[in-house]
Design a protein around this ligand. Structure first.
Ligand SMILES: [Zn+2]
Length: 832
């Protein structure tokens, strides 16, 4: 064996010597960084080349693939000494946070700080991935004495591109538009990116709104890695309009109250170091404005809520930047400049983190110690309860994705703040319960997601201000001030296979039932449902109960298919042997509706639709409901054969054919002939005048001579009385209408604008705002007063078809869990 070992070590020695030659991006790619856009696969190739040259300093980890099959990767960079014990460093870091499974004691002394740099989350903010090429080179280049020094105290994690699909969408488009040389005129076509743009991922989701929710594959795969490391510093690199100077930390108000003074101070320390480099070069920048720290699904706030210094850096440029663009002050801003700026702040951040790594590490430990000792927030336990286990399963899945520990309550004798009534009340178990203790390492994240009201110290925010899980997930919740002992006896009913020669009954109580229905329809099983409650063999069945009968299902193996679907979605079916019910309608009654045909669904898309809105519906159908949908360009509505579809979904946006008389008449004919249109948000307002809807006008408008006299110095805040960045309102829901099946008689909606419709005459006002609908979140005083006595969700029957108006978004970022059933009801149950 011996000679082999020495041969191997000789080989290692030789490769280590060769390894010193790290190719520069320019020598590898054949052009200077910033003079062309680098397509994603070339970025991956370059990182591989660097890792091959410095295997002692770089470890690459492929952490998954995008929807379009592009590789997602992380590069871990450290000194050769640290890299040899990389796994030990990771485990020690988790022990410091108290989230490691083993019981080994953490070592604080000498632990390097983890600095995580995330590039290009918005695909059409592309200079940052170019900067990532410069960064990996600078960290590994043997002639760079500074980074060599800094790496002694840090492990740098580089994610060169969080959103490869979006980046390549932009870069491939740009490369096909640009001429022989770049054209810096801002109106040149290479600066005007077409719909949907490269910002979002494949399903048009904004990945910088998805960190906490993890609805998208990129986020899901990345956050597993992120939570397996828990870095001390995280930078999310962005771009903004090309006339803006660079932006870096400290962030703007509002800050969530949980953000520690240490996190605020260190942002300032980093900001000042960044500033010193910018001042040296005469580059302008700004801090403390625009980008706040509240909503938990950003690349800065999420790390903050997980013990890190999380920051957003914004370079001017964006998709209008091209390879070069003339700015308002007459200079030409080039991609070279943009990449250089991002490279500079990245290095400066590594420097500051390295120089202060001891403080970073001890504060990181303290952050999690404070969580475990119950110092976070006034509530010490959050208890959720539901009659349907699937509603809690959805919450459990979210908690686990975020590393939040949970259990069950065994002693049910306690009081808490009831989220639904807004009062302190005794706990009432609905059947299943889970509980989250505020005494845990992830106490901050638990509080941010579960607290009933988010305290906002400055209402000038640019995103929603509330997302409290009981409202978003539609489960009853109690916030409890005492620390309850948690058990571990979460049990789910075992689903029994059943067999019948007559039919099967399936309860319709959660989104799982809707997914089950979708599965049956895809398999050509004919499904009926009850419009009224009924009783069979002493058991009560609610509205919406699905009924699969032998009758009408002669051509399929309905028994086996239904059982398989029930197993898959965890819903217990009951056997029924007769059409004669103990109480309520028999199965031949007109109260039993027949879904005679699996709906053929079309989604209007293209540049008249909101890309995010269309993307939410697309992703919902493909990845959540798992039901086929055909995407059609809205501009083609006049040309397609509408008879090919039963359901047309008009997402948010402004789709002209909905509101122009000739095309609207054609769509009305489609509805009268038995079709269904489901219109969301902006599409409802596009339809309003042609389809007979009226928005409520602003009756209590301020009057008086001085209404237009405003203070110039307060101009940024003068819109606040009318602002509603996203607040929760209680909607009274008519759950006797199929649109409301599976719900109690209320629903919590995220209200994002001041629009409210007058009650429909001759239509069904299924979801309405009554007098006191406001629950939580920022809503300006004027807008709050206005949001009363109006319709939010409605159904209009026309001929043998119907129109469903969803004026508020039930699928918001696909994390508003409780809205998913509403959409399924609109597609499958309404108008049958
Ligand atoms: Zn961005």
């Amino acid at each position: 064996m011996k000679p082999l070992i020495s041969f191997l070590s000789l080989l290692l020695l030789v490769s280590a010597t060769i390894a010193q030659n790290v190719p520069s991006p320019e020598s590898y790619l054949g052009y200077k960084v910033g003079t062309r856009y680098t397509r994603h696969h070339k970025i991956v190739e370059y990182f591989n080349a660097v890792a091959k040259a410095r295997p002692d300093m770089v470890k690459l980890e492929q952490y998954g693939f995008t929807n379009e099959g592009r590789e997602l990767m992380l590069a871990f960079v450290g000194t050769p000494e640290n890299m040899q014990k990389l796994e030990a460093i990771r485990l020690n870091n988790l022990r410091l946070a108290g989230v490691s499974r083993d019981k080994a004691a953490p070592v604080l002394e000498g632990a390097p700080a983890i600095v995580w740099l995330s590039y290009n989350v918005h695909g059409n903010e592309p200079s940052s991935s170019e900067a990532a090429l410069l960064m990996i080179h600078a960290l590994t280049d043997p002639s760079n004495t500074k980074t060599k020094e800094w790496l002694k105290n840090t492990i740098v994690v580089v994610d060169p591109c969080i959103n490869p699909d979006g980046r390549d969408r932009y870069v491939n488009w740009f490369n096909s538009m640009v001429g022989d040389k770049l054209n810096a005129h801002p109106m040149s076509r290479e600066h005007a990116e077409p719909w949907p743009g490269g910002r979002s991922n494949h399903y048009n989701f904004d990945l910088n709104r998805d960190w906490a929710w993890q609805t998208q594959v990129e986020t899901q795969q990345r956050l597993k890695k992120y939570n397996a490391w828990l870095p001390q510093v995280h930078v999310d690199f962005h771009e903004q309009g090309y006339n803006s100077p660079y932006y870096f930390a400290p962030a703007a108000q509002p800050y969530h109250e949980v953000i520690t003074s240490w996190q605020r101070d260190f942002q300032e320390l980093i900001g000042r170091n960044n500033a010193s480099y910018f001042d040296k070069n005469g580059w302008l920048f700004f801090t403390k404005e625009s980008f706040d720290l509240l909503y938990p699904a950003y690349g800065d706030s999420y790390p903050i809520y997980n013990g890190a210094i999380g920051m957003t850096y914004e370079q001017g440029g964006h998709s209008r930047g091209g390879l070069g663009v003339v700015t308002a002050d007459g200079d030409t801003l080039t991609l070279v400049d943009r990449a250089t700026h991002h490279f500079t702040t990245g290095l400066s951040t590594v420097e500051t983190s390295s120089k202060n790594h001891q403080k970073l590490m001890s504060e990181f430990k303290k952050y999690f110690d404070d969580g475990r000792s119950g110092k976070i927030g006034e509530y010490k336990t959050y208890v959720l309860t539901a009659a349907d286990q699937h509603k809690l399963n959805a919450v459990i899945s979210l908690l686990e994705k975020n590393g939040i520990e949970w259990g069950t309550v065994s002693n049910k004798n306690f009081k808490g703040y009831n989220y639904f009534t807004g009062k302190e009340e005794a706990f009432a178990d609905e059947g299943f319960n889970i509980a989250v203790s505020a005494h845990q390492p992830k106490a901050v994240m638990a509080k941010v997601l579960l607290e009933p009201k988010t305290i906002v110290n400055d209402s000038n925010t640019y995103d929603i201000t509330t997302w409290s899980l009981p409202y978003a997930y539609g489960v009853k919740g109690y916030a409890v001030k005492e620390k309850l002992d948690l058990g571990n006896d979460w049990k789910q009913p075992v689903i029994q296979s059943v067999s019948s020669s007559y039919g099967l009954l399936i309860p319709y109580t959660s989104f799982n039932s809707a997914k089950l229905l979708a599965e049956l329809l895809k398999n050509n099983v004919k499904v009926r449902f009850a419009e009224k409650p009924f009783k069979y063999r002493n058991k009560n069945y609610d509205r919406g109960t699905l009924i699969v009968l032998k009758t009408g299902n002669g051509t399929v193996n309905w028994n086996a298919l239904t059982n398989a679907a029930c197993m898959k979605f965890g819903v217990q079916a009951d056997v029924v042997e007769t059409g004669f019910m103990d109480q309520g309608a028999d199965f031949g009654s007109s109260d039993i509706k027949n879904i005679s045909e699996a709906p053929k669904v079309a989604l209007l898309t293209g540049d008249q639709a909101s890309s995010l809105g269309a993307g939410e519906v697309w992703h919902y159908f493909e990845r959540m409901l798992e039901y086929p949908v055909t995407l059609i360009n809205a501009s083609d509505v006049g040309r397609i054969n509408l008879k090919d579809f039963n359901v047309i979904i008009a997402p948010d946006g402004f789709i002209r054919s909905l509101g122009e008389k000739a095309s609207a008449d054609r769509l009305k004919d489609f509805v009268r002939g038995g079709g269904k249109i489901i219109a969301l948000e902006g599409s409802v307002s596009a339809m309003a005048s042609e389809w007979g809807l009226k928005t409520k006008t602003d009756k209590d408008e301020e009057k008086g001579d001085y209404i237009d006299v405003k203070k110039y110095g307060e101009r940024e805040r003068s819109f606040l009385p009318n602002a509603i960045p996203g607040a929760i309102f209680r909607v009274d829901l008519d759950n006797t209408h199929p649109l409301g099946f599976g719900y109690p008689d209320f629903y919590y909606t995220l209200k994002q604008d001041g629009t409210l419709y007058e009650f429909m005459k001759g239509g069904w006002n299924v979801g309405v705002l009554k007098k006191e609908g406001y629950v939580t979140g920022v809503a300006g005083t004027k807008v709050k007063n206005k949001l009363k006595d109006g319709m939010l969700f409605g159904v209009q029957n026309m001929g043998s078809g119907s129109v469903v108006y969803l004026t508020e978004n039930p699928l918001f970022r696909n994390f508003w869990e409780n809205g998913k059933l509403l959409m399924a009801n609109a597609v499958f149950l309404v108008g049958q």
